[in-house]
Design a protein around this ligand. Structure first.
Ligand code: NAD
Ligand code: 4PL
Length: 247
């Protein structure tokens, strides 16, 4: 704890669920957390719980204008970011026969375009002498399992893995590391509100370590990758799913 003293950490989609746990954990490590979420009411509450100067701004990660405004406001209020956690995403449950191009585009806009837009602007703003930039993208173990009822989602998360690898190469010269964390099924508000909640027993059967995944099981791994100590790891995707998938 305290290892992120003096750092500014952006966490997207942190009004609830895994993002909220990541925001709380980075704040517990003394980072100043900035939450960007569509849900300003929820994210303001989480920012209040975080303390350490945390604040929330309204953000649509899939909208270039919203992303530009967000970074300008972060810069004005807190200076340049040291850490960027791309967590915001839509987690759909939709049969393949219902997947049309509108659904595909809706998922790609947020879950892949959103990560690109946040990385594009964020990485530019981390190229400051002495900044050990850290980007952590939230992926999903569905890319290894081909989980049903989320084809566009799985495809977008596969894109996140690829972008993580290529950005690690592009940004290594600036001492910016880029990694991903791939959670398994996790009891977030979003999942508990969806048919995905019916899958916990099946997923537990596949896990090497038994139990129900919670947002607090994911947050410490993100905090580690965001720390100065993790400087020798980049371009990696760490599966955090109690061993459901061993790859
Ligand atoms: P959630 O649905 O509980 O929360 C998602 C948050 O993202 C919400 O606060 C929502 O307002 C925000 N958001 C959605 N669209 C946005 C946009 N366009 N711009 C800004 N914010 C937006 O989700 P969760 O289950 O906590 O998932 C968080 C991350 O973890 C996602 O990347 C998800 O793909 C990933 N993940 C989740 C699970 C799981 O089982 N819960 C498993 C693997 C990966
Ligand atoms: C194993 O990322 O990783 C359901 C819903 N099951 O969003 C996920 C598993 C879901 C997952 C995910």
């Amino acid at each position: 704890m305290g290892s992120l003293d003096g750092k500014v950490a952006i966490v997207t989609g942190a009004a609830q669920g895994i993002g909220a746990a990541i925001a709380r954990r980075l704040a517990a490590d003394n980072a100043r957390v900035v939450i960007g979420d569509l849900n300003l009411q929820g994210s303001s509450k989480v920012a209040e719980e975080c303390g350490h100067g945390a604040f929330a701004l309204k953000l649509d990660v899939g909208d270039p204008e919203s992303v530009g405004d967000f970074y300008n406001e972060v810069e004005a209020k807190a200076g340049h970011p040291d850490i960027l956690v791309n967590n915001a995403a839509i987690v759909p449950f939709i049969a393949w026969d219902e997947v049309d191009f509108d659904h595909w585009r809706m998922i790609m806009r947020v879950n892949l375009d959103g990560v690109f837009l946040m990385c594009r602007a964020g990485s530019d703003r981390m190229r400051i002498e002495g900044t050990k930039g850290r980007i952590v993208n939230i992926c999903s173990n569905t890319i290894f399992a081909g989980t049903p009822n989320m084809a566009a989602y799985v495809a977008a998360k596969g894109g996140v893995l690829g972008l993580t690898r290529s950005l690690a190469t592009e940004l290594g010269g600036h001492k910016i590391t880029v990694n991903a964390v791939a959670p398994g099924l996790t009891a977030s508000e979003g999942v508990l509100d969806s048919p995905h909640k019916e899958a916990f027993d099946f997923v537990e059967m596949l896990q090497a370590v038994k139990g129900k995944g919670t947002p607090d099981d994911i947050a410490p791994i993100v905090a580690f990758l965001a720390s100065d100590e993790a400087h020798w790891i980049t371009g990696q995707t760490i599966n955090v799913d109690a061993g459901m998938v061993r790859w």
